[in-house]
Design a protein around this ligand. Structure first.
Ligand code: MRU
Length: 317
């Protein structure tokens, strides 16, 4: 299964807003359609956004206004702008060269996720006591749906499962948009990997109760000092993990490290507006007119990060 690809002159992507009920492929032929798909999270997750951005440049051609719109469709994941820039660097060589560059990014992502899975699983197996298998906690969705074929943090869990070393994944629901409940559980079931879904607020308590060997998260942007922006709720897990003495490991491709952003304070955090908080999938929870705050990401300071695993190395911030 590929989350996103270039097929017969257009971008095809799995519409993640419809999962887990329906797995529908969306065909995208214009930048407007792609920006809409990115904003409503039909395609999401930092690595997938990088590939979407690069393929989007093929649709944009050398129209600077379209490229700027695409680049800014979501602000926090650096991979989107990175993917756009990587493909746009070939605009002078013609459309075929842009497409070739975008397809290289797609292929590199597949290889990078496989390498991260192996390196992350090696790290956990070598540093944690070997019992029946490892108990992993994660938030949001960092599986194949967030990349092209295999994921980052969930890719490590997948590799552990393939090695027979995964006891279970505790997946946090991930309010407000429920990427954990809707997408991560769907992927883990397809892998045949043992898992249980838990409420976001149960995460730190389950860490304190000794039910987790390692927390694995992905990243949307890693500042030069290791501060890590990821889905809202990651910081609470990092605090809980530090208190419980549980390793907190970030798994992300090198392209998510942003040397131009010195510290986490400089990362722009997307606020997605009140509607996603006062409703769940169209059902109103709060009284009409309730004000709400909706930061989609948070920043975990580097001193709470045990290790950052990329396709090339293990960094200890
Ligand atoms: O708002 P989303 O669903 O795009 O947020 C995704 C995340 O926060 C992921 O953890 C991150 O992009 C890494 S995906 C491998």
């Amino acid at each position: 299964m590929r989350t996103i690809d270039w097929v017969d002159g257009a971008i095809e992507l799995i519409d993640q807003t419809l999962l887990p009920e329906e797995c529908v492929t969306l065909r995208v032929t214009t930048v407007d359609e792609l920006v809409d798909a990115i904003r409503r999270l039909a395609v999401r997750g930092a690595p997938a956004l990088g590939v979407a951005g690069a393929l989007g440049v093929v649709l944009a051609g050398d129209d600077p206004a379209l490229i700027a719109r695409l680049r800014a469709a979501r602000p926090t994941a650096v991979n989107l702008a990175w993917g756009v820039d990587r493909a746009a660097a070939h605009l002078g060589e013609g459309r075929e060269a842009v497409l070739a560059a975008a397809l290289r990014l797609r292929d590199d992502d597949i290889a990078a996720c496989r390498a991260m899975g192996e390196r992350g699983a090696d790290l956990l197996e070598s540093s944690l006591p070997s019992r029946g298998g490892l108990r992993i906690m994660t938030v949001c969705n960092t599986g194949g749906l967030a990349a092209v074929e295999r994921g980052t943090a969930l890719g490590v869990a997948q590799t552990l499962h393939e090695r027979g070393r995964l006891a279970e994944v505790l997946a946090l629901e991930t309010r407000p948009l429920l990427q954990g409940a809707r997408l991560t559980t769907w992927e883990l079931a397809r892998m045949g990997a043992p898992h249980r879904l838990v409420a976001d607020s149960a995460g730190p308590y389950l860490l304190a109760r000794g039910e987790v060997d390692a927390v694995l998260i992905g990243a949307d942007r890693i500042a030069a000092n290791g501060d890590t922006a990821n889905k809202i709720g990651s910081y609470a897990l990092a605090l809980g993990a530090a208190r419980a003495g549980v390793p907190f490991v970030v798994v992300a491709p090198e392209s998510t490290i942003d040397p131009a952003t010195p510290t986490g304070e400089r990362i722009e955090i997307e606020d997605r507006g009140p509607e996603e908080i006062v409703t769940i999938r169209g059902v109103r929870l709060a009284p009409e007119g309730t004000p709400a705050l909706n930061p989609a990401f948070d920043v975990t300071p580097h001193d709470l990060v045990t290790a950052i695993v990329t396709e090339a190395r293990v960094i200890r911030p």
